[in-house]
Ligand binder design. Structure first.
Ligand code: ATP
Ligand code: MG
Length: 227
């Protein structure tokens, strides 16, 4: 079997304002091209783990031990420059509840274009238009949604928009933290379908995080349990 894309071995994480470990001796491998479901009850440390993978644990209030490697790079000991090169570009995250965190005075197009400009200040309007339309296609949203503000979108639309935002830099690994929690069953099923098609079209690797085992089983190739 090839080397894993992401490798965690005996990973432990604690916040310094508490004596207890949030994540304790947790090991798992994620292989390129698969959808892995990471499951665990509320408060078990799933979002904390995503923060560690993204290099976004609070520097003054968290401590990680053990091994956490992305394509051989030690994420625990990497410096900020190395993490910045990975974050959003190689590994992107759809954060928990991110669909409720859109800037209310930005349209969807403005939100996506701001991300594009962060990467390339000289990007042309026609290139931005081409890319935003492609992103809308990938997450099954109509182009007209580009002109919408968050309050004009349904929950399912906002969740798709949050996925589009994470896809701006075409990451190799997409982490979805409770991506369909809070949506009704029909919309959940539609968004899961979109995620599966997105994977088929892009070949991305997906870490699908959910406290709901059934939901994860619907789309994942494999499941890992956090205990
Ligand atoms: N920034 C932080 N500082 C201190 N403690 C934190 C911080 N973030 C999370 N915690 C604590 O770490 C524990 C795990 O939280 P975390 O959000 O990782 O769990 P989770 O598995 O994602 O839960 P949920 O399923 O509800 O999203 C909780 O006890 C939480 O209070
Ligand atoms: Mg969480």
């Amino acid at each position: 079997m090839s080397d894993p894309l992401l490798h965690a071995q005996e990973l432990s994480i604690r916040y310094l304002d508490s004596a207890d470990y949030v994540v304790q001796n947790f090991s798992f491998d994620l292989y390129e091209g698969e959808i892995l479901c990471l499951r665990g009850r509320s408060g078990i440390g799933k979002t904390t783990l995503t923060a560690a993978i993204m290099g976004m644990l609070p520097v003054t209030n968290a401590c990680a031990e053990g091994t956490l490697c992305y394509r051989g790079l030690d994420l625990i000991r990497a410096d900020e420059r190395q993490l910045r090169a990975l974050r959003w570009h190689e590994i992107a995250l759809v954060p928990q509840s991110s669909m409720n965190a859109f800037n209310p005075v930005y349209t969807m197009s403005k939100t996506l274009r701001e991300m594009m400009k962060l990467e390339n200040r000289a990007i042309t309007k026609s290139e931005m238009q081409r890319r935003e339309e492609r992103l809308m296609e990938l997450v099954h949203l109509d182009r007209s949604v580009l002109g919408c503000y968050a309050h004009e979108m349904s929950g399912g639309m906002k969740q798709r928009a949050a996925i589009a935002l994470a896809m701006v830099y075409s990451p190799r690994l997409l982490i979805l933290d409770e991506a369909t929690t809070g949506l009704d069953i029909k919309v959940q099923a539609d968004v899961l379908g979109t995620i599966l098609q997105l994977k088929q079209e892009t070949g991305m690797t997906i870490l699908f995080i959910s406290h709901d085992a059934e939901l994860g089983d619907k789309i994942s190739d494999r499941r890992v349990e956090m205990r």
